[in-house]
Design a protein around this ligand. Structure first.
Ligand code: HEC
Length: 97
């Protein structure tokens, strides 16, 4: 468990940049979920979407574009419905930063 936490921390650390914003209270309010849930969404985005190419900044696309991009990425990687929903939730609220 400790090792898994460390690994996750490293993953998130790699993704940490102002372009991949950390959830803040305003983002949490917009998403309607607690900050820790949004932090998990961000970690899922980093884990599922950063393996083949750099993590694209949430602000790079609008929500409908992200939805079709994530659908397209499913050709390359198995991303289930729950992960899709959580990735899109993070990208949507993080785009305003
Ligand atoms: C298994 C490898 C792989 C994974 C995992 C992956 N991608 Fe990609 N991604 C690609 C490849 C290959 C391309 C270039 C070809 C293309 O655009 O279809 C790409 C292109 C992109 C682009 C550029 C598209 C454009 O039109 O500019 C974006 C944005 C993107 N991916 C986002 C994501 C997101 C979000 C996720 C997670 C849901 C993700 N990728 C997961 C392989 C991957």
């Amino acid at each position: 468990m400790r090792a898994a936490g460390l690994l996750l921390g490293l993953l998130i650390g790699c993704a940490a940049s102002s372009a991949i914003p950390e959830p803040d209270p305003a983002m949490s309010a917009k998403a309607g979920v607690p900050p820790e849930v949004l932090r998990e969404d961000r970690a899922i985005y980093a884990a599922r979407c950063g393996g083949c190419h750099r993590l694209y900044p949430p602000a790079a696309h609008r929500a409908p574009e992200w939805a079709s991009i994530v659908e397209r990425m499913k050709e390359y990687a198995p991303i289930d419905d729950e992960e899709t929903r959580r990735i899109l939730r993070y990208l949507d609220v993080a785009a305003m930063r």
